[in-house]
Design a protein around this ligand. Structure first.
Ligand code: ATP
Ligand code: MG
Length: 421
């Protein structure tokens, strides 16, 4: 026997028992997008490496060590997309969707990052994301947050997720703050860990995001971005908080929330849960007013978020919030004898015409009645239909109730749909 080839580490199959959970979550997401007037956009899985370097930032974890990049046969450096925002902006610029327009877009699909696989963290994972373009005012920041809150409500997750928000201010305010923060970190260099020392000069704001408990106290006492915000960002943030409060959305301002991608300004937010262990961020996003221009378009304000589908599915399963999974079939058709086996296909097609909402499985592969009924039972169908040579001659079929204690019946094939509807 030859050796089996295994899937790549951190890249999972989604097996038939799990797909109904995914389909359920996807359905809720699609429906909500439809209700809020958002349009779906689809873009390629592979893009030029340069796109992610220029958008996500050269000194971020993603670009420094997580990207799946390779040279294609022409020698171009390509990358399996690690996220969707850069792709969406690239597509929007390329097709003239962004300048001087308002867009509300969403996407869903696989993303790739070479991370250490663990629960809730994989190398191929899936994101649902949305991006809005052309609106600079905080009402749209509030809209995307309210929309995400509705998702939790629809999925029964409201009491298991918490909203954290922060403002990163303008690029200028942030670069001034950056100097203040570096000075503080320099003073306390001796207490910093290796990761933080490395990031201190390249990406000091990320040091604030450190999960190392030994640094918690030091970082809590660090100068805060909130005290260095520019006027415009401070007003924007105040207005957002006001809208959320009036709309009845609970939130916490987390002054250390910075996000791992460079393109954000003003609003950032995360929905976190304590139900999944270390991988607690289910959904994260914010405003990125500079990115469209940075990627070659005309300056266009933008807000968006991305939601980790695996974490959402894990959460739904962990909390037992998945509606009862549907069985595979409603009706299972069987035949005995050569003529009946020929005719059963037409009976099945007739039923499929007459009962388009039913799931109808036709037994294939022959076998005696016992074997066929066993399969029918396993399919989950509630009705078994058995066509024998005698019934065929009379234009009839036997109805066997598989889940009810009812005697079997014989019905005319022409009357069948009426009785089974
Ligand atoms: P984290 O802090 O968990 O690494 P991140 O800041 O890198 O997340 P984003 O790039 O903002 O995450 O992606 C948005 C969401 O996508 C995350 O909140 C998470 O739910 C999901 N996500 C990110 N990376 C992974 C991964 N490797 N596996 C599964 N889901 C992921
Ligand atoms: Mg990450």
């Amino acid at each position: 026997m030859s050796k089996q080839i295994q899937a790549i580490r951190g890249m999972n199959d989604c097996l038939p028992q799990q797909t109904p959970v995914w389909q359920y979550a996807e359905q809720v997401l699609r429906q909500t997008m439809f209700n809020y007037g958002y349009s779906e956009i689809r873009f390629p899985i592979v893009e030029m490496t340069e796109l992610f370097k220029r958008s996500i930032g050269e000194v971020t974890d993603i670009v420094e060590k997580e990207m799946y990049s390779f040279d294609d046969r022409n020698g171009d450096s390509l990358t399996l997309r690690p996220e969707g925002t850069a792709c969406c902006v690239r597509a929007g610029n390329e097709h003239g969707l962004l300048y001087n327009q308002e867009q509300r877009l969403w996407y869903m699909g696989p993303m790739f990052r070479h991370e250490r696989p663990q629960k809730g963290r994989y190398r191929q994972f899936h994101q649902f994301g949305l991006e809005t373009f052309g609106i600079a005012t905080p009402d749209i920041d509030a809209e995307v947050i309210l929309l995400s809150a509705r998702l939790w409500q629809q999925l029964g997750l409201t009491s298991f997720v918490k909203l954290e928000i922060n403002s990163l201010g303008s690029a200028e305010a942030r670069s001034q703050y950056r100097e203040v923060l570096i000075a503080y970190l320099e003073q306390h260099k001796a207490q910093l860990d290796e990761d933080s020392l490395r990031r201190m000069h390249t990406n000091p704001l990320r040091v604030l995001d450190s999960k190392n408990p030994a640094l918690a106290e030091l970082l809590a006492a660090a100068p805060q971005l909130a005290d260095h915000l520019d006027q415009d960002s401070a007003e924007h943030f105040a207005r957002l908080k006001q809208i959320l409060t009036v709309a009845g959305i609970d939130f916490t301002v987390n002054p250390r929330l910075v996000r791992g991608l460079d393109y954000y300004n003003k609003t950032v937010f995360e929905w976190v849960t304590t139900e999944l262990g270390a991988q607690g961020t289910v959904c994260a996003g914010g405003r990125y007013d500079g990115l469209v221009e940075q990627l070659g378009g005309k300056a266009t304000p933008a807000v968006g978020f991305a939601l980790g589908m695996e974490r959402l599915v894990l959460l739904l399963q962990h909390l037992d919030l998945v509606p009862a999974l549907a069985v595979n079939a409603d009706i299972y058709l069987m035949a005995l004898g050569e003529q009946a086996e020929l005719a059963i296909h037409s009976v099945a097609e007739r039923l499929r015409n007459e009962l388009p909402a039913k799931r109808i499985i036709l037994h294939c592969g022959g076998g005696n009645l016992k074997k066929q009924v066993k399969r029918a039972d396993k399919s989950g169908a509630s009705v078994g239909l058995i066509l024998g040579e005698d019934e065929l001659a009379r234009g009839e079929i036997t109805v066997k109730w598989l889940r009810e204690d009812k005697p079997q019946q014989t019905l005319l094939i022409t009357e069948l749909a009426k009785s089974l509807a």
